[in-house]
Write a protein that binds this ligand. Structure first.
Ligand SMILES: [Mg+2]
Length: 224
């Protein structure tokens, strides 16, 4: 459906019901997490080295010579038990621009996140502080952790009738493609899903080995 590329922004906004992932799409959460890891362990990892799920666990195993199990605990702690770290995140490049354009046109767009329910309050606070034009009722986050994050995300995409979803994680994109009818705009340099996803996905990659963002996505999708 989207393969023709270079839409007019107006047509795109009118034609598709857009939804966004939060971490790595709207919020640049990797930076404060990597900074905190470096601070705790005295390392100098760069944010761009964090390209896949569980990167922190891999680093911890290598840096500290610890077991995979303990390394995973460190990964879980920094991502899932420290809302204070994620509150320091800045908006991703292009995120303010596109969400404001939608808000100015009074178009409802959900932010659908796989975050744990314990992050509800801090996620609401982040939007109140960083992007106050996004209302609380647009932020879709679990109320309990009975359903797995990526399954919840896919269900909400379906339930809200979203047909274009901006996502950064290939393992989430895979579930969305499997469980919904939505097109995924994947902000990721890794071509791992390209063959499997076919015309259900447009992947936005960054030439300079940086993490792709919504600014690059807009430059790819929209004319002018
Ligand atoms: Mg994400």
């Amino acid at each position: 459906m989207l393969k023709e590329r270079l839409f007019s922004r107006e047509v795109f906004f009118e034609k598709y019901k857009i939804g966004f992932d939060h971490d790595g799409v709207i919020a640049e959460t990797r930076t404060p997490v990597v900074e905190e890891y470096n601070k705790i362990f005295g390392t100098e990892h760069a944010v761009n080295e964090m390209r896949e799920y569980r990167t922190l666990a891999r680093w911890a195993e290598e840096d500290l010579g610890i077991s995979k199990e303990v390394a995973l605990k460190i990964d879980n702690h920094l991502w899932f038990e420290r809302p204070d770290i994620l509150l320091r995140a800045k908006p991703m490049p292009g995120a303010v621009e596109i969400t404001k354009q939608l808000a100015d046109r009074e178009i409802f767009f959900p932010i659908i996140t796989s975050r744990l329910s314990s992050y509800r309050q801090s996620t609401f606070e982040w939007y109140e502080e960083k992007m106050p034009w996004i209302n609380r009722n647009q932020i879709i986050i679990r109320e309990n952790d009975e359903i797995e994050g990526e399954v919840f995300k896919a269900r909400m995409i379906e339930k809200r009738g979203v047909n274009v979803f901006f996502e950064d994680a290939p393992h989430h994109a895979k579930i969305i493609i499997r469980d919904t009818n939505a097109m995924v705009i994947l902000l990721n340099n890794d071509p791992v899903l390209d063959d499997l996803a076919g015309d259900r996905m447009i992947r936005i990659a960054s030439n300079d080995n940086q993490l792709p963002n919504l600014r690059e996505a807009q430059a790819t999708l929209f004319r002018g």
